[in-house]
Design a protein around this ligand. Structure first.
Ligand SMILES: [Zn+2]
Length: 382
């Protein structure tokens, strides 16, 4: 069977169709067959849902009908798939009945959850956070988080467990947090905040920050070394503040590791190194060496999580994964084949900025290549 996963981001909507194959040993193998993206409309919830439906229709035209659709959506999402609280990142998003509208429009089961929790679901099931108590930190257009325990994401009674955007930091950020505060983690660490800090120091366009921080300063730029140095300083300052803010949480929530995902996280050690340093400087002695690792699924985590959500709506008798695999009971046995490609051309370049898959994960991109799928070309951090 196939399912479709959709990730609604602040700047783009990403949709992928996955084949779910249970043939080998009863455990599902997930293969991402195709992927399409479109800019996120800034004109309200109905237009965003039209964008989602358009991408799903494109994938169904190419690959036939799917059994279910999973959606990772920004904001606090209730059990019926309605957005209860949303930041200003997406105007007019709060109150949107995402699940109900898409079920009606698409004619298949639709399961909706918060986008960061969807990402965490994938990393907790088949990625870098499968065991122990894990904070899944997302750093992109905004900052978000979720907590998992032994492969199961903890939603919390009000749906905000692991939401770290509003942790207080010992600084004033260049842009307000989604809640308008200026001393919250999001106000110093989110991509737009880093870009604002960069502009105020250099007067250069945002793209130069991501290129320079990733080591991609164009040859021939007379002050390339200085540009690179300032880019590293901007990212390091935010990363250190983040590490210090998270240090207390490691003890309070008794975390084993922190898995970092999202567009800014594609900078890899440029961000993760300072974050570890900040954590080590501020944490309780026992917690100073807490593992801080990149997401194993890279920028595919949110899509894969949305696909896992979709599959959860398909009964086992209809080809859905068995319940034990769904809830993380035997996730170590899952095999994942993810072949990513297509794109629209706008995603080109920057592949060297993608966080590498750590050794020992279940991700098998090599096997997927034998299916003739195209190769991922990731965009630069944004
Ligand atoms: Zn806040």
């Amino acid at each position: 069977m196939t399912v479709i996963g959709v990730d609604i981001g602040g700047t783009k909507i990403d949709a992928g169709v996955f084949a779910v194959d249970r043939a080998a040993g009863g455990h599902p193998r997930w293969t991402l067959l195709d992927r399409v993206t479109a800019p996120t409309p800034r004109t309200g919830g109905p237009d965003v849902l039209s964008g989602v439906a358009g991408l799903v229709d494109t994938l169904r035209d190419r690959h036939g009908d799917c059994r279910a659709v999973g959606v990772g959506a920004p904001g606090v999402v209730d059990g019926d798939g309605t957005v209860r609280v949303a930041s200003a990142v997406l105007p007019g998003w709060a109150g949107t009945p995402v699940g109900r509208r898409l079920r009606s429009r698409l004619g298949v089961p639709v399961v909706v959850d918060n986008d960061v929790r969807a990402m965490a679901r994938a990393e907790a099931s088949i990625g870098a956070g499968r065991t122990g108590r894990v904070l899944h930190l997302s750093v992109g257009t905004g900052v978000g988080g979720a907590v998992s325990q032994d492969g199961r994401v903890d939603r919390g009674p009000r749906g905000t467990a692991g939401e770290v955007a509003h942790l207080t930091v010992a600084a004033t950020g260049p842009l307000p947090c989604g809640c308008d505060a200026r001393d919250h983690l999001e106000s110093v660490l989110a991509g737009p905040a880093l870009a604002a800090a960069w502009r105020s120091r250099t007067g250069r366009p945002d793209g130069d920050l991501w290129a320079a921080a990733a080591g991609g300063v164009a040859g021939g730029v007379p002050d390339a070394a200085l540009v690179r140095q300032v880019a590293l300083e901007v990212v390091a300052a935010a990363g250190t503040l983040a590490g210090r803010a998270l240090a207390g949480l490691v003890c309070a929530a008794d975390l084993d590791r922190i898995v970092v995902a999202g567009g800014v996280a594609r900078l890899g050690e440029v961000l993760l190194g300072p974050l570890r340093d900040g954590l080590a400087a501020a944490a309780w002695p026992r917690d100073r060496r807490t593992a801080v690792v990149p997401a194993a699924l890279g920028d595919r985590a949110a899509l894969a999580g949305a696909a896992l959500l979709a599959a959860s709506a398909v009964p086992e008798r209809d080809g859905g994964p068995d319940p034990a695999s769904r809830t993380g009971g035997s996730v170590d046995d899952l095999a994942v084949e993810i072949a990513v490609g297509l794109g629209t051309g706008s995603d080109g370049g920057g592949a060297d900025a993608v966080a590498p898959d750590p050794p020992g994960t279940a991700v098998e991109t090599g096997a997927a290549r034998t299916l003739g799928a195209r190769v991922l070309h990731a965009g630069t951090a944004s």
